[in-house]
Design a protein. Structure first.
Length: 178
């Protein structure tokens, strides 16, 4: 008898768990993490567990897969979150934000880099926008050079807070980053 996939790899959205306890939540995370499934939804929220290793889930092929797809159509991913925020902004004509929080070593800096990389690839392209994108993506290594340090948990731990603001013009193209 073959076991259901959810018993082996957990449920990809905590909202669908039969039991809503802390133990069930943690057990589901543990199952998914053991299979390198580091992302899990709670409705439209995304929970991420730092794998402390490279995973082959951040590439152009994955970006293309998540572009313009319904949020729950594919497995949970940081690209799905970024794409959903962007397309919801387009359809609702209002501001959106992505809040990344967690303890030291949780992977916040890497998550923000993945979101910026996704937007850099998934947006319309002009010479001006390419210049802005290049500056936006190159800001991370500069900030890290001045504000990161080795800690017990992380060889390259951010020792500062970061606020990023990506603005769009009326044609919904990225025009400013600060």
């Amino acid at each position: 008898m073959k076991l259901p996939t959810s018993l082996l790899v957990g449920i990809q959205d905590f909202v669908l768990l039969d039991e809503t306890s802390e133990a069930a939540f943690l057990n589901n995370l543990k199952k998914r993490f053991s299979k390198d499934l580091i992302y899990t939804y709670i409705g439209t929220l995304l929970v991420s567990v730092n794998p402390f290793k490279e995973l082959d889930i951040y590439n152009k092929k994955q970006m293309d897969l998540y572009m313009g797809v319904n949020f729950f159509e594919l497995p949970p991913h940081i690209y799905a979150l970024a794409d959903n925020a962007y397309h919801t902004m387009l359809s609702e004509f209002n501001n959106h934000f992505i809040l990344i929080s967690g303890e030291s070593g949780a992977g916040k800096t890497e998550a923000s880099k993945k979101i910026l990389q996704y937007y850099a690839v998934s947006c319309p392209s002009t010479a001006l926008l390419n210049t802005v994108r290049d500056k936006m993506l190159m800001s991370n290594p500069v900030l890290e050079a001045f504000g990161n340090a080795k800690t017990l948990k992380n060889d390259n731990s951010s020792r500062f807070g970061k606020y990023m603001d990506i603005q769009f013009d009326s044609e919904v193209r990225r025009v400013q980053f600060c």
